[in-house]
Design a protein around this ligand. Structure first.
Ligand SMILES: Cc1cc2nc3c(=O)[nH]c(=O)nc-3n(C[C@H](O)[C@H](O)[C@H](O)COP(=O)(O)OP(=O)(O)OC[C@H]3O[C@@H](n4cnc5c(N)ncnc54)[C@H](O)[C@@H]3O)c2cc1C
Length: 425
């Protein structure tokens, strides 16, 4: 006999935890099934051998991201302002980097001003569009590095309408790396899970979801559970690996098949002292070549001097299979080229390769990579009867961010409440 609940939430990332929190607060019997032994999904943390816990997944937030900021305050977390004082370096050095970046920013604004539904841009990739823009070669490289660094896929694969629609929903005026959480933002996911009072079950990968007339059955390992509603709070690529019975309608199957996971490797590098500051540098570096490489300072009292390095997009794909020692040497070498020789003598380094991650597929988010799949997000958002699909990717604000996950989760919960989420069996 299947255990019965009002709502089953699949996945305990910020989307699933936020959906469950709303339903729990409204008095529903909700259970969260998480595949991994921990909660947080693409928000994860690791501890250096000599102590000091750091976020090796999602980390940064800013004041414009009001929902995540409210949670951080509600759970009494310590906000650390990301140190940015000093020079920002573009690598390799180009003439007038400020001009190139200003031009790249106006290009991004020009792109955002396009109408994603305009038939004139149907079938066009971001690379096609960029090639036709009257900008300097350096501005085009800066634009490409920004896009490949943030969306973590080569620009030739990204549909222009998708990038326009996605970028329009990322509305922050403050820098998106304005703050991070001293105790790690992963600890916030742990606190949210604890607030659900034993309703989060970890180590329960969901393999099959079966739709019945009056309920949905969910198979998680040996356990069979049922509920009136299910929220699949899992990114699209991972959702496409769950079996549905009967099969999902063709439009939904197609909508799930058009996504690819981003590729990113995150490195946290610790030093005896923030030596870059002695040279007037902020520690913030953006590489135009290879594109998608970015570093910034995450030093704080609890950790000491440290830099975070993101290896995003094509470079992360190329680095797949590279032995960790070679990857570490590559990262330290790139830092030394810009910040000086002391960058080679890190006291510790933590590497987290998200590329091909078993449960999230990669990072920072999945992106639509089919130039013609314009309706994929809408189709997924409309769900399948008692099943809601929710994840940061589908959020109406800040898709691909922790803020987006919170918004998407809460919206899915509201849709269930509107449909009468209580247990009528
Ligand atoms: C390296 C990296 C850096 C990032 N940096 C930032 C940042 O600085 N700021 C920011 O705002 N965002 C950042 N992000 C993005 C942000 O972390 C994500 O957008 C957000 O956490 C996604 O939340 P989610 O709940 O939608 O998905 P996820 O976090 O992926 O959660 C989905 C959950 O579902 C579980 N799951 C999957 N399949 C199954 C199954 N079959 N059965 C049961 N459970 C399943 C997974 O284990 C996971 O726990 C970063 C991401 C990465 C990878």
């Amino acid at each position: 006999m299947a255990q019965h609940h009002d709502v089953i939430v699949v996945g305990a990332g910020f989307t699933g935890l936020s959906a469950a929190a709303v339903l729990f607060e409204r008095g529903l019997d909700v259970v969260v099934l998480e595949a991994q032994a921990r909660v947080g999904g693409r928000v994860a943390a690791q501890t250096f051998a000599d102590g000091g816990r750091v976020d090796t997944g999602g980390q940064f937030v800013c004041d414009d991201m009001t929902n995540v900021m409210a949670l951080i305050r509600r759970y009494g977390k310590t906000l650390v302002q990301t140190p940015v004082e000093g020079a920002f370096v573009v690598q390799p050095a180009i003439d007038a980097p400020d001009k190139a970046y200003a031009e790249s920013r106006s290009l991004r604004l020009r792109m955002r001003a396009l109408n994603p539904r305009d038939p004139a841009i149907d079938g066009m990739s971001v690379a096609d569009w960029l090639a036709a823009q009257p900008v300097s070669a350096d501005a085009a490289r800066a634009f490409r590095s920004t896009v490949e660094g943030l969306w973590c896929r080569p620009i030739g694969e990204l549909p222009l309408w998708y990038l326009v629609s996605n970028d329009r929903r990322i509305t922050n005026r403050q820098s998106e790396i304005e703050y991070f959480v001293g105790e790690t933002i992963h600890s916030l996911a742990d606190d949210m899970a604890a607030g659900l009072d034993g309703r989060v079950l970890t180590g329960r990968p969901v393999t099959q979801i079966s739709m019945r007339v009056d309920r949905v059955q969910v198979q998680a390992g040996e356990a069979l559970l049922s509920a009136r509603h299910v929220v699949v709070a899992v990114p699209p690529v991972a959702t496409s690996r769950i079996g549905f019975e009967p099969d999902l309608p063709a439009a939904l199957r197609r909508a799930l098949s058009v996504w690819r996971s981003g590729a990113v490797i995150k490195a946290l590098v610790r030093y005896p002292r923030p030596f870059w500051r002695e040279r007037g540098l902020s520690g913030m570096v953006s590489w135009l070549d290879p594109s998608g490489l970015f570093a910034c300072d995450v030093s704080h009292d609890g950790l000491g001097a440290a830099l975070v390095v993101f290896v995003g997009g094509p470079l992360a794909i190329a680095a797949q299979g590279m032995p960790p020692a070679s990857l570490e040497a590559m990262i330290l070498g790139k830092l030394a080229d810009v910040l000086g020789e002391p960058a080679r003598t890190a006291t510790a380094i933590l590497l987290r390769d998200w590329t091909g991650d078993a449960w999230s597929g990669g990072g920072y988010s999945d992106t639509v990579c089919d130039l013609r799949a314009k309706d994929a997000e809408d189709v997924l958002r409309s769900g399948a009867g008692r099943i809601q699909f929710a994840c940061s990717e589908l959020s109406l604000s800040y898709p691909g961010y922790i803020e987006g996950a919170i918004v998407a989760g809460r919206m899915a919960a509201e849709r269930i409440m509107a449909a009468g989420g209580e247990n009528a069996l």
